[in-house]
Design a protein around this ligand. Structure first.
Ligand SMILES: CC(=O)SCCNC(=O)CCNC(=O)[C@H](O)C(C)(C)COP(=O)(O)OP(=O)(O)OC[C@H]1O[C@@H](n2cnc3c(N)ncnc32)[C@H](O)[C@@H]1OP(=O)(O)O
Ligand SMILES: O=C([O-])CC(=O)C(=O)O
Length: 386
């Protein structure tokens, strides 16, 4: 194929940006408005007014629960937090083997094991109630797996989950072994609710591609966790905090940002594949950070203002604004979460959205299989003899 022909633009946008590839009733992200929702409810309002369990029920079972349903769902899911003896026994070796990469890398192996131990079968072979049961089991196990891997990596014994604590408070409890302060538990709960789902982001799309093959739920989640771990997606919040550390003091903000933007670096926590406005989660998280208070918040607000201004000046027309990850990092830092748990905490929320998407995809029997354009030498040559 002649070079000029090879370089002709492909007729879909790079990165499939904006290409609609499925129908969903789980929610949507409206990039121009700076708004997103779960089913028919504003996600930010859910984060203000509801518990994580309520939103989990909304995604899993389609409705916000009434009091009786909430109690039943909370009891059902709390009972699933406990790991089997086989999985518990394997975690020290997984934590050792993935120590340099951290708990999110360990989660990929642990999820495969937990799925197999629980008898997960290909989605293709099981009915919707069984798929729902597998999804609840996986979602409930993820915080227990992550916190155990984190503690084992630091030479500490895992903390058993407590059935009497809500999802977010139990998560924090399993990290430290201490019952969390209610303000911090609620701050993390609101963060978790706000990151449950977000349209066809890279990790959700990954999960749906795997689900479209009829693979089991753990296989879909392992792929999604891998996609989330990248710095351009869910791996950004600890790097955003590292940026604040690297800048160090207010007098260095402009020089540091200018130098890095001009060098072509990405400023972590800024820019978004869909939003052309401030990310609505960022607004909420900034307010939460301000409520928690401290010097870090003032510094972060100053860096945000200057990054917005310098990105507009040095990358004109790109509409680069703050995304969820910048103040997510600040809130998690203020709540005492270790940085290696920032992206894992995101995963502890997003697993609910992934699972809902996987189950929705499993209803569709069409395999997702796009195409690539071949741009190598033509395959006309006879294969040389060895
Ligand atoms: C939960 C989440 O996943 S939220 C996103 C978390 N990730 C980050 O915060 C990492 C930093 N941000 C980025 O890398 C990007 O903005 C992404 C990956 C989020 C989106 O990427 P894209 O959709 O490719 O961005 P977009 O098409 O708007 O980029 C346009 C231009 O802005 C630049 N740009 C985008 N984000 C940034 C940034 N944070 N800092 C500096 N420049 C940036 C790109 O390099 C590109 O420049 P060019 O036109 O000179 O080539
Ligand atoms: O929507 C995206 O592509 C990234 C994002 O903000 C998310 O997954 O929460």
């Amino acid at each position: 194929m002649p070079t000029a022909e090879r370089k002709a633009p492909i007729d879909v946008p790079r990165g499939l940006k904006g290409v609609i590839v499925a129908d969903t009733s789980l929610g949507d992200v409206r990039g121009a408005e700076g708004f997103y929702h779960y089913r028919e409810f504003s996600a930010v309002e859910l984060a203000e007014n509801r518990s994580f369990e309520d939103v989990w029920h909304l995604m899993s079972d389609g409705t916000l629960p009434d009091a009786a349903r909430r109690a039943a769902f909370t009891a059902e899911t709390a009972a699933l937090r406990h790991l089997s003896a086989d999985v518990r026994a394997a975690l020290p070796a997984i934590a050792r083997g993935t120590a340099s990469a951290g708990p999110l890398a360990g989660l990929r192996t642990a999820l495969s094991l937990a799925g197999a131990a629980a008898g997960f079968r290909p989605l293709y072979d099981i009915d919707p109630p069984r798929r729902r049961a597998d999804a609840l089991a996986a979602c409930a196990a993820v915080p227990t797996l992550l916190t155990a891997l984190h503690r084992l990596g630091r030479g500490l014994e895992p903390v058993e989950p407590r059935d009497d604590l809500p999802y977010a408070a139990n998560y924090l409890y399993m990290i430290t072994g201490q019952e969390p302060d209610p303000a911090r538990a609620r701050a993390i709960e609101r963060y978790l609710i706000s990151t449950v789902d977000h349209g066809f982001n890279a990790s959700t799309f990954t999960a749906r591609v795997i689900a479209s093959t009829g693979a089991d739920l753990a296989a879909c989640l392992v792929g999604a966790v891998g996609a989330l771990s990248g710095p351009l997606h869910g791996g950004a919040p600890s790097r955003a905090l590292d940026t604040l550390d690297a800048i160090g003091t207010p007098d260095r903000i402009d020089d540091w940002l200018r130098e890095h933007i001009l060098a072509g670096d990405r400023i972590m926590g800024f820019g978004h594949p869909v939003y052309r406005t401030e990310d609505p989660r960022s607004r909420m998280l900034k307010a939460i950070a301000r409520g928690l208070g401290g010097e870090l918040v003032d510094f972060a607000v100053r860096v945000e203002e200057r990054a917005e201004a310098l990105l507009a000046e040095l990358k004109p027309g790109r509409e680069l604004h703050i995304n969820v990850e910048f103040f997510a990092g600040v809130v998690m830092e203020l709540c005492g979460l270790p940085r290696e748990m920032f992206t894992p905490t995101f995963a502890a929320a997003r697993v609910v959205g992934w699972s809902a998407n996987i189950l929705e995809q499993a209803e569709d029997s069409k395999i997702i299989r796009p195409a690539a354009r071949y741009v190598g030498p033509p395959p006309a040559q006879p294969v040389p003899l060895a």
